[in-house]
Each structure stands twice: as C-alpha cells, then as structure tokens.
Ligand binder design. Structure first.
Ligand code: SF4
Length: 92
C-alpha cells in the first residue's frame, strides 16, 4: 500500500519557503531520531555514513508527529504551511 492509498490526498502545493526547518547540529547529536520512525511521509532520512539528517518538506502531511516526538527541539522553525500551500486532502 503506498502513501496515496493510505492518506487519500489530492495534491501538494509546494511553498518555496519551508514550513519546517531543522538545526543540523542538534540532529547530528541525537541518537534517538524518532522522526525517522514516526513520519508517515518519510520526510526524514538519517545517513549513518555522513552522520547527517536529511529532511524534505515537500511531501509533509502536516500531522505534527515529528514536533511531538523530537526530544531535542531540533526545529528552528515548525509551523503549518502558509495559506494556499501544503497538502490538500480530498473531501469525501
Ligand atoms: Fe512528517 Fe508529519 Fe512531521 Fe510532516 S508533520 S514531516 S508528515 S511527521
């Protein structure tokens, strides 16, 4: 089952200004990395080789899980996308 089937979303309108921004240094010092497990859109990827977190906000489903599970408050910005941007869920 892919993400389209699970969440039944219509589309994304991507804002050039990210609505979530991470502090790379805080992420690099984290050994829990709950974001990599909780994000339903798999926006977070940890590279063991580079000791670096990669975050892609384009597919964010705006669930808020990463904000809740992050034990280090690694966000320099966490807000919902500006009006007219982000995910649009299908009305059924
Ligand atoms: Fe992933 Fe939800 Fe955080 Fe968006 S708000 S990055 S979908 S965990």
């Amino acid at each position: 089952m892919n993400i389209d089937e699970i969440f039944d979303f219509t589309s994304f309108t991507i804002d050039r200004e990210p609505h979530i921004v991470l502090d790379d240094k805080v992420c690099a010092g984290c050994d829990v990395r709950g974001c990599t497990n909780c994000c339903p859109a798999r926006c977070y990827t940890w590279s063991e080789a580079e000791q670096k977190m990669t975050f892609v906000y384009d597919g964010c489903l705006e669930c808020g899980s990463c904000y809740v599970v992050c034990q280090r408050n690694a966000f320099t910005r966490w807000r919902y996308p500006r009006g007219g941007f982000g995910v649009s869920f299908r009305m059924t």
